[in-house]
Design a protein around this ligand. Structure first.
Ligand code: NAD
Length: 314
């Protein structure tokens, strides 16, 4: 079997921080190269400073390490992107196109470019949003995700590139803070709760959104990347479901551990973004194609987050 060398771009982010150790276990510490704009505070393994908008710098790393697989996680997320739409568009598209093109030119065996529930907009069904619903996103982030999905399909059809993707729901993790998305509240709330503080939520209490615990998000990513090529029927991006809840339901779940915990609601511009997104996701195509099944529901997520973060703040 060919030895794999994995490049993770945007490795210091919320998903990269958690994905890196998993890949190091699977492929070996010296077979995984983490890359990001800046060095992380603590390095565990190989690291390269990389601005993925620069194709030459990316090519240099791919050549030097003889990279065989790329996980492209660098992006400007939904809420942050709205502060400067053209900057977000340029960064998200330049990096995605560079990664696709460098992968084609350097015979990358497998490429992962995640999409998001933000690819959906006003006219997609809000409940059990199907795989093939109309994509009319409300944010520049969502527009860039739809474009990257279509470019991925194009590179697969035209050049045979083995590019794979999931539309992540809001990812909830204890390893690091999220990077400026509309579902960030569902991480921040746990940090306040375990420190005995109340929480000010930027969404209305009844705003239901699809979410996923990091362990499930990582398992989905690795299972998709491990699946035989013949089982992959979707080359834009697979719908992926974990759980769906509202801020009020999450608060109630936390109150089982901290009865005095309270959330105040002060919705801001992120409310409109959240309202444009699905409330629940139909991921039956991922289930059929490569056997996806989420393991974490809201009570289990709450238990994990409180256990891990209590240890951090002790
Ligand atoms: P994040 O914002 O936490 O991390 C992104 C990382 O990319 C950061 O470390 C940043 O420094 C790096 N980066 C930015 N510009 C770069 C550049 N030009 N070159 C190299 N690195 C650069 O994001 P995340 O939450 O880890 O998300 C990873 C991927 O998953 C993204 O594509 C995101 O759109 C997608 N996604 C995430 C979520 C979520 O809830 N976290 C949900 C849906 C989709």
């Amino acid at each position: 079997m060919q030895r794999e060398t994995i490049l993770v771009i945007g490795a210091n982010g919320q998903i990269g921080t958690a994905l890196l150790p998993e890949l190091q276990v699977q492929f070996g510490v010296n077979q995984v190269i983490a890359a990001d704009l800046r060095k992380p505070s603590s390095e565990t393994g190989l690291f390269e400073v990389l601005d993925a908008t620069k194709p030459d710098a990316l090519t240099d790393i791919v050549r030097r390490y003889r990279v065989t697989q790329i996980y492209h996680l660098a992006a400007i997320l939904s809420a942050k992107g709205e502060s400067d739409p053209l900057w977000a568009w340029n960064l998200n598209m330049q990096t995605a196109l560079n990664v696709l093109e460098v992968s084609r030119l350097h015979n990358i065996r497998k490429l992962f470019i995640p999409s998001s529930i933000a690819a959906f907009g006003e006219h997609a069904p809000k409940y059990e949003t199907p795989q093939t619903a109309i994509l009319d996103p409300a944010t520049v982030y969502g527009i860039s995700k739809v474009a990257a999905e279509n470019w991925s399909l194009y590179y697969h059809k035209r050049y045979g590139l083995d590019v794979r993707s999931v539309r992540y729901p809001g990812v909830i993790s204890h390893q690091s803070m999220p990077g400026g998305g509309t579902t960030d509240y569902a991480v921040a709330i746990f940090h306040e709760a375990v420190q005995g503080r109340s929480f000010e939520c930027f969404l209305e209490k009844d705003t239901r959104l699809p979410m996923i615990y990091m362990d499930d998000a990582l398992r989905a990513t690795l299972e998709l990347m491990d699946a035989p090529e013949s089982q992959i029927s979707v080359r834009t991006s697979y719908n992926l479901a974990g759980m769906s809840f509202t801020p009020a339901e999450l608060t109630e779940s936390i109150q089982a551990y901290f009865p005095n915990f309270v959330t105040q609601y002060k919705p801001d511009f992120r409310q409109a973004i959240a309202e444009s997104w699905p409330k629940t996701i139909d991921d039956s195509v991922a289930r059929q194609d490569w056997g996806w099944k989420a393991a974490f529901d809201l009570p289990r997520l709450t238990h994990e987050m409180i256990t891990h973060l209590t240890a951090v703040y002790q």
